[in-house]
Design a protein around this ligand. Sequence first.
Ligand SMILES: Nc1ncnc2c1ncn2[C@@H]1O[C@H](COP(=O)(O)OP(=O)(O)OP(=O)(O)O)[C@@H](O)[C@H]1O
Length: 740
Amino acid sequence: MNQLVSPFEVYVRIRPLTEKEINNSSNDLSHYLKQDPSSSEILFKEPGTSQFKKYTFNGVFPENITNLQVYTLTVKKLVQFIKEGYNSTCFAYGCTGSGKTHTMFGHMNSKDNEPGNVIHALQECLELIQNNENSKLKLSYLEIYNEKVADLLSAGDPRNLMIIEDFQKGIQVPGLSEFEIVNLKDAYNLVIEGNQKRVKAPTSANELSTRSHAILQFTLEQKISSGEVLSSKLSLIDLAGSERGSASENNSQRMVEGANINRSLLALGNCINILSGEKKRACHVPYRDSKLTRLLKDSLGGNTRTIMIACISKSFTAYEETLNTLRYAQRASMITTKLTKTMKDLCTGDYKDIIKNLNIEIENLKNQLKNAPAKISSTIEPEDESLYDSLQKQLNANLKEYWECQNDLKEIKSDKKQSKEKLMQLINELTQEDTELDQYDKENIEKEILEIGQEIRECKERKTEIKQEIINNLKKKQSLQKEMDAIKDEKQREIIKLQIALRGLKREKMDLYNENLRNKEKAEELLVESENKDKIIASMQNEINFMKRQLVEHLASKEIQSNVSTPSNKPIIAKNFDSSDISGISEIRSSTPSFSDYREARFQKKYAQMMNLPERGSCDLFSRPDLLMKSRSSSATPKSENFIQEFKRKETRKSTEVKCILISKGPGTIKRPPLSSRASSASKKRASPFEVGMKVSASHENLAGKISKLPQKIMLPNEAADLVKSMIQAPGTLGNKNVW
Ligand SMILES: Nc1ncnc2c1ncn2[C@@H]1O[C@H](COP(=O)(O)OP(=O)(O)OP(=O)(O)O)[C@@H](O)[C@H]1O
């Protein structure tokens, strides 16, 4: 018996007669109630018959059994179960004075201290956490009195707490005090403190009757290897007495209490009926019918384990209540069948179909998610996501609650309609003249009419309450929606701000880019300008260099003039001049006079005037551009012919005074004859040096070789003059035929 055999187990505990009851021997129910201590059955004699009806449960505890034994056979199994991470519940049900409080709490302050289930469970749970350093135990204690939830451990007096359903944590009571338990003494004191706060009042059956449902919850939190926290709760419930108003000799307050107690127990019974499958309308479990069932929603059915201890008294005065309790407990015990059956069904083909359908649904949802616009993710920051999710879940729960309320309303309407029809039928039965009713039947019908009248009143009350719940539900929905919108709005505002900032930055970036472009263009222009300037400077530099050379030449010519006297100034005659010799001259190039030539000429003129020198340019050999040659072939070009002819002609006429020939062999560079060589004929008489630049082609190695023996430097005029003179006077020094 140490393991739970089904998710919902029902035990019956028989309370022994009290001393007072023993004294009244007629009060013993033994003649009506039989129980074999070795079996889990009770035989009970139904009213009006001599036969015993058999009630079967998971176990029956006779009068002499102790609280510890009861604990060992019931709640101890649940403690093991919460250790595995499942929620579980144990509630004591029964009429006033049947021993519920005794079973759950025991005699906590009396000298014959006999702790009940709560204390034993606490002890065992503490052992659990002491053996596992990664676990915590928390305790909360509340009561439901007149359909209001009150915290029994709060320092103040907070009444009417809300019950909400959290999709992750399950049923929650926001604002409910919760204490971490580390030792039994503290826990014990908390329980005593809570018990003292419970609403109590004397009834005819119990001097210290507790008038509320007391719910004590242990929450066991265990950190598992993955780092996640496994949270499970054990709810231990001492229900208020299930008796009818008349039995407990009540005043008006007791009547209200009784109505509320009855309602919640009725709701609990209805839930149990549906979970047990007794009612055909099994689709909707009316957890919302009372605070008690709402609170127990995640502790009844599903993956939870529940133990009901139905307490009955052996007192005959409680006969009717005992019978009701047995019937109630019997119905509850049928939950076992339903759940077992469901588990069996899971092994059949239906299960495969369910899985298949679920897989299809999952696939559909995945696709929907994939195709859904990522509105939320784009607007909600990760840190807000959990809050947003939680609000979303609360909204879903709120919506679910709304539909449940609407369903309840429909059910109430239909119940009311049925009750009214039944009422009419009973009234007809009672008032019909032709029916013969004896006093007993009449009393029964009247009793039934009263009960139905009470039911109709309850329906009305319930309807008003549900309407109020719908109003509250809609208010809650609005506030949740507001909260969600606030998150969205706030994020939206932030996003808009960021977008504006981003646009600003983009504009700034664009401006910078454009400015950069402009700067680049400017830089390029400046570069070109500077290159041009460099070129100008370089050309000016060249000009300066050239002019410097000219100056040197001027000075040299002046010197030559003074050195070469007119008498000895014999005309230089080229002898044996052969045109083939100059055919190797690949290029003698000149151009039409340029501005710089003109400037140079002016400079030279001015320089000459300044220095009192004769003006330059005396060789009309090169004064005519058409005489300038360009020859690449071995045969003389017409131009070279012209050149030769002209040279010879001038030589013949002896009209040309060639004072000096400077020959320089540049690296492929041909210097044009200076402008001076093309000077006007007016200055012919005054001889002036001129240059001939040559480029010697490879095919005329002969000439090239000879020329290469010439000094490769610009000679001073007098040196050059001497050289030329020697060349002319001693022809052949440059070769047999080459005479210049
Ligand atoms: N198994 C038992 N053995 C001895 N005494 C018991 C037992 N069960 C109950 N009693 C005694 O019976 C009396 C009534 O019990 P208890 O207060 O537990 O009833 P109850 O069902 O909680 O009543 P109520 O619903 O009115 O609170 C108490 O004095 C209690 O000590």
